[in-house]
Design a protein around this ligand. Structure first.
Ligand code: FES
Ligand code: FES
Length: 392
């Protein structure tokens, strides 16, 4: 599985996809954006055309895994687009559709022509739409509709944009504003005023490895549970973690930096938060990706608070499940990860204790320090040498 972070119609989406999943299938099956139609699934008919980093592209021959950091606009994302609106009206007026199967792809391609062409040259329009096949209407009405929109806009003094105002050419995702592998910054939604989908889809998963740990805090369980519900304060207690957006009680996006020897990682991702006050327990399920080292990880943290010392202190039981893919999975031996998790837990517990006692931890806006795995490697080396001496 590959973890990708993309912007779909202005919404940031992080998801785990099979390497073979096409962008069209991902949009239709995972995000329920069924306005992207599939005809030939060979890149011939143009039904699946959408905008990828603002350029028309065939989503049936584009792998979703290759779209990390890309900006995707489907026909649904053009609901409030001015040119698409004029094209829809013109298609209706000129009888440019019958069954409508080709229409979403046709509108996306036609919109690009309306942006670019100097005038309503019929030949240029026919050439421009030659990658979009219509099985039932024929092309006379379609060409007439596109011509009328171009004519009308030029008459109103709206000039063409050379190259459709695309300033950069490059692989998918290269024009994204995200610098380190995360989902691209979402643009202002073109669908303002309509129901918003949840920004990120984070499915459950079965972890490859599970680590368990516990620590005790000198505060009452209710205080600790309330504190764990404050996402920004909790993030401030986690070494190497920085938030990248405004967290909500159920959702958080951020980056975690870890250094393992010469490798410096910056996993950017999102997490879903669940809490149960009745059992004083909670669960955080997240996924992240580091574009530079081509690695991704999924993790699940479960915690449970138990009263100790007649309820004046709290035992925090934690279980961390994770799965890794990519280069980091090759080098991150279980012992190394186990040691790193132990250090992270110990430091987290210390910071929580300080935060609960009112002592400053640096606050939620402090710069994220990275978790240094080098010390960990030396720890393990020391243990290894000690073990050899013990045996001999
Ligand atoms: S379905 Fe993509 S080009 Fe036909
Ligand atoms: S309107 Fe039916 S395929 Fe084009």
């Amino acid at each position: 599985m590959n973890t990708i972070g993309i912007s779909v119609n202005g919404h940031a989406v992080t998801a785990s996809v099979e390497p073979r999943t096409h962008l069209a299938d991902f949009l239709r099956d995972h995000l329920n954006l069924t306005g992207t139609h599939l005809g030939c699934e060979h890149g011939v008919c143009g039904s699946c055309t959408l905008l990828l980093d603002d350029a028309p592209a065939r989503s049936c021959i584009t792998l979703a895994a290759a779209c990390d950091r890309a900006r995707v606009t489907t026909i649904e994302g053009l609901d409030d687009d001015e040119i698409a609106g004029e094209l829809r009206a013109a298609f209706t007026r000129e009888h440019a559709l019958q069954c409508g199967y080709c229409t979403p792809g046709m509108i996306v391609s036609a919109r690009d022509l309306v942006l670019r062409l100097d005038d309503a040259d019929e030949r240029a329009i026919r050439v421009g739409l030659s990658g979009n096949l219509c099985r039932c209407t024929g092309y006379v009405g379609i060409v007439r509709a596109v011509r009328s929109v171009i004519d009308d806009r030029r008459r109103r003094g709206i000039a063409p944009l050379p190259g459709a105002a695309r300033e950069q050419l490059g692989p998918v995702g290269s024009t994204s504003s995200a610098g380190d592998g995360g989902p691209p910054a979402a643009r202002p939604s073109a669908r303002a005023g309509i129901e918003q989908r949840p920004a990120v889809t984070i499915p459950d998963f079965v972890p490859d490895r599970i680590l368990e740990d516990h620590f005790t805090l000198a505060s009452r369980p209710e205080e600790v549970f309330a504190m764990l519900g404050d996402v920004a304060r909790v993030a401030a207690c986690l070494p190497g973690v920085a938030l990248t957006g405004n967290p909500t009680p159920k959702h958080v996006e951020g980056v975690i930096r870890v250094r393992l020897g010469p490798i410096s990682t910056g996993f950017r991702g999102a997490a879903r938060i669940e809490r149960d006050p009745a059992t004083m327990s909670g669960r955080i399920v997240g996924m992240g990706t580091d574009h530079h080292i081509r690695s991704s990880t999924r993790g699940e943290v479960r915690y449970r608070l138990l009263p100790v010392d007649a309820g004046t202190a709290t035992r925090v039981e934690i279980s961390v499940g994770y799965s890794m893919q990519g280069m980091l999975a090759q080098i991150a031996r279980e012992g190394l990860v186990r040691g790193l998790a132990a250090r992270l837990t110990a430091e987290f517990a210390r910071n929580l204790e300080r935060e609960l006692s009112g002592a400053a931890t640096g606050g939620p806006t402090r710069p994220a320090a990275s978790i240094d795995g080098v010390a960990l490697v030396f720890d393990r080396l020391r243990m290894f040498v000690r073990e050899i001496f013990r045996r001999t």
